[in-house]
Design a protein around this ligand. Structure first.
Ligand SMILES: N[C@@H](CCC(=O)N[C@@H](CS)C(=O)NCC(=O)O)C(=O)O
Length: 233
């Protein structure tokens, strides 16, 4: 294992962004100390390490913090360059992978949070439609990036696989809580097959949040949102 004793990760077990980093660290064979954070009562280390956004994940390597999950994944990929690369080798492939990863964080994350946040069945159905529309272009992205292989990165899991794959556990939680399907095999069949394959990988299994933790956390968030909406009336 590379960099042992030197690497700390501030995260929460349910954070898809922290899950993304855990997957990257696992794929690169980096051992690290994991420090679970309470986002309802943020600790000194998190506030000092990410004073701008005050969010997880933060990777602390040799005492220096690195913030923002995609930046962290790239950092991990470059620092532990000995293990197989997460980003594509060619500049065009890297640019395409970064484009789609940014798309996922800009569009997909808020879209599925919208499903979680919906206060009525009607609103939830609208938010699901919006999320399905965001997912749709990923079908072509997968076909193009993978070149017909199993993963976005080709024969093995890479940057874009974990950028999208970290959301899959929450899609399972949304299914459990509300019966919705965010990656619909009828609309995006290749992506649905990819998702089934991805969650069975070692990297995914190691980082998967327990269903109960997601459902409990979702309950807390929904109560907070309901209280804020009632207070705003
Ligand atoms: N763009 C950030 C997003 C990180 C993020 O939203 N983290 C959430 C947990 S999933 C957080 O720390 N929220 C605390 C807060 O908003 O105060 C990344 O990719 O790292």
């Amino acid at each position: 294992m590379a960099g042992e004793g030197d690497v700390k990760l501030l995260g929460t077990v349910v954070s898809p962004f922290a899950v993304r980093v855990r997957m990257a660290l696992h794929l690169k064979g980096v051992s690290y100390e994991y420090l679970e954070q309470d986002l309802f009562d943020k600790g000194e280390l998190l506030l000092a390490s990410n004073p701008v956004h005050k969010k997880v994940p933060v990777l602390i390597h040799a005492g220096r913090p690195v913030c923002e999950s995609l930046a962290i994944v790239e950092y991990v990929d470059e620092v532990w360059a000995g293990a197989a690369s997460l980003l594509p080798a060619d500049p065009y492939g890297r640019a395409v992978a970064r484009f789609w990863a940014a798309y996922l964080d800009d569009k997909l994350f808020p879209a599925w949070i919208g499903i979680l946040r919906a206060a009525t069945e009607e609103d939830r159905a609208e938010k699901l439609d919006a999320a399905l529309a965001v997912v749709e272009p990923m079908e072509d992205a997968l076909v193009q990036c993978s070149g017909g292989k199993d993963y976005f990165a080709g024969d093995s899991v890479g940057y874009l696989d974990i950028a999208l794959g970290c959301n899959l556990f929450w899609f399972e939680a949304l299914h459990e809580m509300f019966g919705v399907t965010v990656i619909d095999a009828g609309r995006t069949p290749c992506l649905a097959t990819w998702a089934e394959r991805f969650v069975e990988t070692e990297a995914a299994k190691k980082a998967a949040p327990p269903m109960k933790s997601m459902v409990d956390y979702a309950g807390k968030l929904r109560s907070m949102w309901a209280a804020a909406a009632a207070a705003a009336k």
